[in-house]
Ligand binder design. Structure first.
Ligand SMILES: O=C(O)CCC(=O)C(=O)O
Ligand SMILES: [Fe+2]
Length: 354
């Protein structure tokens, strides 16, 4: 039975500084317990004490502003075929297809994005392929490369700090995630939700970014404090989420749900920016996706399934990400996700029925 009234919905605020600047065992223990509870009940967290200096965040925001202010034709010269890199124009992706949903709003996500990520050549000793770890393209925009690279290094540091906390919260060896992530496929997706006045008719189908779960282990999300992000609560209603002053949002991806046999949640979310007087209120965000080594095998932790065949089937990060990207970027329904698709589809369908 669905709850008759919406439940109060809060995205817990957690100060992770004991893991960033050093803290006592008991302080770290408190952080790990708070993270465990947030991951098991919401799947979204607001973190403070992350240690990213304000000028670094301002630098990222400035880079996002400068790039997306370019004419569309110029931005399109930075498209990269066949890799999750460079510019993605409005209406070229449909996140809901990454779930295996044949959406009525196919390719109607109006966000535009710029992606950069970890490159094969950063690991000269490993035999990594550029098909998995694509080369970045950098736009000719003053300070863009420096500002984005500086933020990227912090995004990676914060993601790794989080997985260190996850190991404690799940009672695992401190190095558990390091073994899965020492050459992690990471991507920073800078999103811009804006359409010039009059360029589009909002027919109720167009959306900022369709409902989806993130693909990897954990996402660190910087976002404007402007409405638009909505998260599906356990009451199966969509709730508006905007970060507290100075907070970054964090959410878990499908690979962590698989690892924990759904004890921790990969929560459905979407972006529906408000329309004021026929114009979309501009909103920016930057999602740092920490997805794990391409060849890491993600299998449910033994302590979290009663029988050996109880958990998710083991999957490599490569297989999983490939199926997801084929859905969102190439309009191909993700049929490989199995139990995961069932989980997210059931939640999406119940939310739609409300
Ligand atoms: O714009 C946002 O706040 C969310 C972006 C997001 O969910 C994503 O890029 O996966
Ligand atoms: Fe997302």
């Amino acid at each position: 039975m669905l709850p008759p009234v919406p439940e109060p919905f809060d995205v817990p605020v957690i100060d992770i500084s004991p893991y960033v600047t050093g803290g006592s065992d008991s302080e770290r223990d408190r952080v790990a317990r708070e993270i465990d509870s947030a991951c098991a009940t919401v799947g979204f967290i607001q973190i403070l004490g992350h240690g990213i200096p304000e000028p670094v965040i301002e630098g990222l925001a400035g880079a996002v502003d400068d790039f997306f202010a370019l004419p569309l034709e110029t931005k399109k010269t930075y498209r990269v075929e066949g890799a999750n890199r460079g510019y993605s124009p409005p209406k070229s992706e449909s996140l809901s297809l990454s779930l295996g949903v044949e959406s009525a709003t196919r390719m109607n996500d109006f966000f535009e994005a710029y992606n950069v990520g970890t490159e094969a050549r950063s690991f000269p000793d490993l035999d990594l392929s550029e098909a998995d770890y694509g080369l970045n393209v950098w736009p000719e925009v003053p300070s863009f490369t420096d500002s984005v690279q500086e933020y990227y290094a912090h995004g990676e540091r914060v993601a790794r700090t989080l997985t260190r906390i996850f190991a404690d919260a799940l009672g695992l060896d401190p190095g558990f995630f390091t073994a899965l992530t020492d050459h992690s496929i990471d991507v920073l997706r800078m999103n811009n939700y804006a359409l010039p006045e009059g360029s589009v008719t909002l027919d109720g189908e167009l959306t900022g970014m369709g409902e989806h779960t993130d693909f990897g282990l954990v996402t660190v999300l910087w976002a404007d404090r402007v409405a638009g992000l909505q998260v599906l609560g356990r009451d199966e209603r969509w709730h508006d989420v905007s970060p507290a002053e100075g907070a970054l949002l964090v959410n878990l991806g499908d690979l962590t749900a698989r690892l924990t046999n759904d004890r921790w949640m990969s929560t459905l979310h979407r972006v529906t920016p408000p329309v004021v007087d026929g114009t979309i209120t501009r909103r920016r965000s930057a999602a740092f996706f920490h997805d794990g080594n391409v060849d890491a095998v993600i299998a449910t932790l033994p302590g979290l399934c009663e029988n050996a065949d109880d958990g998710y089937a083991p999957v490599t990060v490569r297989e999983h990400i490939k199926a997801k990207l084929a859905g969102s970027r190439h309009g191909k329904k993700n049929t490989a996700a199995g139990r995961e698709t069932e989980r997210v589809l059931a939640a999406a369908e119940r939310a739609a029925a409300r």
